[in-house]
Design a protein around this ligand. Structure first.
Ligand code: MN
Length: 197
């Protein structure tokens, strides 16, 4: 299977000033694209030649895992943003966040701490556990919580390439503004779909 770079649903400058057009042009147009191209170069002749990204995330190791997971993770990350989305959770997901973390503010503090303190490159995640409750996890490098049997609902990319153009070394400032871009309609829909399975 040949993979392609999924287009964004918004223009490169739509998330400015929190994430600039230049960051989008590098992060989506170069980094995300490189993972797609790397994966397409890696899989011919392997057992994963016709596999889905999800299968490779669950079963592959090494370079195939790293590039497949990075393609999936970036697609998921970019699809969580919108220039004018719902900025707070509502409905079923809001109730689950209150039940798991006390309030949205408290959840945001805990998630912010997880994203800020993740050592090196990686991803902070909000996920659904098999029992339907929520968890926040930290994953290094290309890590994805599907590998631990959880359903990803939302993620923050804390690789330096996600924020260095706009924020230099100030990861906490990037994470603070990240909350201004999330579309909780998208994230809530992921949760509703996960609950149905
Ligand atoms: Mn990235």
């Amino acid at each position: 299977m040949k993979f392609e770079l999924p287009p964004l649903s918004y223009s490169p400058d739509a998330l400015a000033p929190h994430i600039s057009a230049e960051t989008i042009e590098f992060h989506h147009g170069k980094h995300h694209l490189a993972y797609v191209n790397n994966l397409n170069g890696l899989i011919p002749g392997t057992p994963f030649e016709n596999a889905t990204l999800e299968t490779m995330i669950m079963k592959a190791e090494g370079a195939v895992f790293n590039n497949a997971a990075q393609v999936w993770n970036h697609t998921f990350y970019f699809a969580s943003f919108s220039p004018s989305g719902k900025r707070e959770p509502y409905g079923t997901l809001s109730r689950a966040i209150d039940a798991g973390f006390g309030s949205f503010e408290s959840f945001r503090d805990t998630f912010t701490k997880a994203a800020t303190t993740l050592f090196g490159s990686g991803w902070a995640w909000l996920c659904m556990k098999p029992d339907g409750t929520l968890a926040i996890t930290q994953e290094s490098n290309a890590g994805n919580p599907m590998r631990s049997g959880m359903v990803p609902l939302m993620t923050c990319d804390v690789w330096e390439h996600a924020y260095y153009i706009d924020y230099r070394n100030r990861r906490p400032d990037y994470i603070k503004n990240f909350w201004e871009l999330l579309d909780w309609a998208v994230i809530g829909q992921r949760f509703d779909e996960a609950l149905k399975k």
